[in-house]
Design a binder for this molecule. Structure first.
Ligand code: NAP
Ligand code: MG
Length: 485
C-alpha cells in the first residue's frame, strides 16, 4: 500500500475572490433542437447542470431516432438545394460572419462554457473561445482556395457530415468540426455531449443571426444513443467523432462497409519527457500546464511524466512546491487554476483509478487545499514510484492526476514514451535542439511539443496514431476528410 503524503503547515496566501460577472449572459430555461433553422420541440427533455454547484442551468431536448432523421433530412435538403451551389467565396463570408459574431459575444460564451463544463474562466476566456473563433476565421479563408489543395483535382464535398463531440472543449470541438465541413461545402448535424449542450445552443442563435441558410447547420443534444442514431443513419456521408477509444472502436465497426468517410480523434496517454539538461523551472510550468489544464480533461494531456533519473528528486521537490500554490475552486473566479470535474461519472472514474494507483503501490501526493462542499472536485494529484505495469501508467484517467516514471538514457525515454496503446501527443524538455529532433523523430505521436505543451493553432494539424484514432483536424489536412478522394 502506497503512502499518502499531504504537506501541512504551509504559509497561507489569501486571495480575495474576483468573480467574473455572469449577469450579462442570457440562458433559456429550455432549449429545443435546432433543425432546419428552427427550434424543434421533442418528447423528452433532460437537465443540464453546473458541475461546480450541481444547480440546474437549463433543460435541453433529447433527440431520439426520429429527431435525428429529421436533422439529417434537413441537412441533406440544404446540401442539395443550396449549399453545394453556394459560391465558395460566399461560404467563406458566412464563416467570417460566424467568427465575428462569436467574437462580439466572447464574454458570454466564456462564462457559459465555464458554468456548464466546470473549467476555469481564465481558460475559457483565453483559450477555448479565442481558439474557436480563430478556427472559423482560418477555414473561412480556405473556402474559395480549395482548388489549391491538390494539383489536378476538383475538390468536391461529401454531403452530410455527422459530427459527435465530447464535453471537455464543447465550443472549440464544434468549431474544429463545423468550420472545415462548411468551408468544403458540406452540411452538418452535430451532437453535443450529454453534460455540455449549452454553448452549442448559443451557437445555434449565432447561426440564425449570421443568416446561414436553413438546414446547413443542425444542432442536436441527447446521449450516447442519439450519437449512435446519427452514426447509423444511411443518409450521412461522413462521421467525425471525438471521444473515448471504446466508443470510437464501436463506431468503426458500425460504419465499416457503409461507404461513410470516418475520422476518429480518441484518447491519449502522452509522455512529457524531461531530460537532465532541461530548463527545470520552465519544465515545471510545462508539467503543470500539461496535466492540470482543464482539470486534466484533455485528450493530449501530458499525463505520463518521464524524468531523467538524476534530476527526478529535484523535479519532484519543485513540483510539490509549485502545486501548493494551485488554486482549486469556483470556475468563475479569475484566480482559479483548477475548476470542477465535469460530471459525477467522470469523478467516479478518476477516483477509482487513483485508488488503483495507491493499492498498486505508487506514492501519492496531493497539496493541502479545501474543496467546496457542493459540486464535483478532485485535488491536483501526482504519483511517483510508478511502474509501467500500473493501471495509472496505462489507462487514460482524464483528470488532474499525473504519473511519474523515470529513465536513464534517451533510448529508454523513447521506449517508455512509445510503450502505450495511444499515440496522440508528447512533450520534450531539453536545452539541446539536436536532442529535440533526434527524439521526436522516434516518438509515435501526432503532435510533439518541444519546451512547451498544450499549444494549439488552427493552421496545425492535430490527430493521433494507434488507439488515438486517425484523420487530422486543423490546417490543410483538416479539409481533406471533408472532400471526396
Ligand atoms: P464518450 O462516451 O466517448 O463520449 C464522446 C461523445 O460520444 C459524446 O457526445 C457521447 O454522447 C457520444 N457517444 C457515446 N456513446 C456513443 C455511441 N455508442 N455512438 C455514438 N456516439 C456516442 O466519452 P465519455 O463517456 O464522455 O468519457 C469517457 C472517457 O473517454 C473519458 O474518461 C476519457 O478517458 C475519454 N474521453 C476522451 C476525449 C477526447 O477528447 N479524446 C473526450 C472525452 C472523453 P454523450 O455525452 O451524450 O454520452
Ligand atoms: Mg459516454
Amino acid at each position: 500500500m502506497g503512502k499518502i503524503i499531504v504537506k501541512k503547515n504551509l504559509p497561507e496566501i489569501k486571495y480575495d475572490a474576483s468573480i467574473e460577472d455572469s449577469k450579462h449572459i442570457s440562458l433559456s430555461k429550455k432549449y429545443d433542437l435546432f433543425i432546419n433553422g428552427k427550434n424543434l420541440k421533442t418528447k423528452k427533455y433532460f437537465k443540464t447542470i453546473n458541475p461546480a454547484t450541481e444547480e440546474m442551468l437549463s433543460e435541453v431536448a433529447y433527440a431520439d431516432n426520429k429527431d435525428v432523421n429529421k436533422a439529417v433530412t434537413s441537412a441533406k435538403n440544404a446540401f442539395n438545394k443550396h449549399w453545394k451551389k453556394t459560391k465558395p467565396s460566399d461560404r467563406g463570408k458566412y464563416l467570417f460572419r460566424i467568427a465575428r459574431i462569436i467574437q462580439e459575444k466572447a464574454r458570454e460564451f466564456s462564462v457559459i462554457e465555464s458554468m456548464n463544463g466546470g473549467k476555469p474562466i481564465r481558460e475559457s476566456k483565453s483559450i477555448d473561445i479565442p481558439l474557436a473563433i480563430s478556427h472559423f476565421f482560418y477555414y473561412a479563408g480556405w473556402a474559395d482556395k480549395l482548388n489549391y489543395i491538390k494539383t489536378n483535382s476538383k475538390p468536391e464535398p461529401l454531403g452530410v457530415a455527422g459530427q459527435i463531440i465530447p464535453w471537455n472543449f464543447p465550443l472549440l470541438m464544434a468549431a474544429w468540426k463545423i468550420a472545415p465541413a462548411l468551408a468544403c461545402g458540406n452540411t452538418v448535424v452535430i451532437k453535443s455531449a450529454e453534460t455540455t449542450p449549452l454553448t452549442l445552443y448559443k451557437l445555434a442563435e449565432i447561426i440564425q443571426e449570421a443568416e446561414i441558410p436553413d438546414g446547413v447547420v443542425n444542432i442536436i443534444s441527447g446521449d450516447g444513443k442519439t450519437g449512435s442514431y446519427l452514426v447509423d443513419n444511411s443518409e450521412v456521408n461522413k462521421i467525425a467523432f471525438t471521444g473515448s477509444t471504446e466508443v470510437g472502436k464501436h463506431i468503426m465497426k458500425s460504419t465499416a462497409g457503409s461507404g461513410k468517410k470516418l475520422t476518429l480523434e480518441l484518447g491519449g496517454k502522452a509522455a512529457n519527457i524531461i531530460f537532465e539538461d532541461a530548463p527545470v523551472d520552465a519544465a515545471i510550468e510545462g508539467i503543470i500546464n500539461g496535466i492540470y489544464f482543464n482539470q486534466g480533461h484533455v485528450c493530449c494531456a501530458g499525463s505520463r511524466l518521464l524524468v531523467q533519473e538524476n534530476i527526478a528528486d529535484l523535479v519532484i521537490k519543485k513540483l510539490k512546491s509549485r502545486m501548493n500554490y494551485l488554486r482549486v475552486g469556483n470556475p468563475l473566479d479569475k484566480n482559479t487554476d483548477i475548476g470542477a470535474i465535469n460530471s459525477k461519472n467522470q469523478l467516479k472514474r478518476i477516483t477509482e483509478l487513483v485508488k488503483s494507483g495507491v493499492s498498486e503501490g505508487a506514492e501519492i501526493f496531493q497539496p493541502q487545499c479545501t474543496l467546496p462542499a457542493k459540486g464535483f472536485w478532485f485535488k491536483p494529484t501526482f504519483f511517483s514510484n510508478v511502474s509501467q505495469a500500473h493501471r495509472i501508467a496505462n489507462e487514460e484517467i482524464f483528470g488532474p492526476v499525473l504519473s511519474i516514471l523515470t529513465f536513464r538514457t534517451p533510448k529508454e525515454a523513447i521506449e517508455k514514451a512509445n510503450n502505450t496503446f495511444y499515440g496522440l501527443s508528447a512533450g520534450i524538455w531539453t536545452s539541446k535542439g539536436s536532442k529535440v529532433f533526434e527524439v521526436l523523430k522516434q516518438i509515435k505521436a501526432g503532435v510533439v511539443w518541444a519546451n512547451t505543451f498544450n499549444k494549439f493553432n488552427p493552421a496545425s494539424p492535430f490527430g493521433g496514431f494507434k488507439e488515438s484514432g486517425f484523420g487530422r483536424e486543423g490546417g490543410v489536412h483538416g479539409l481533406l476528410p471533408y472532400l471526396k478522394d
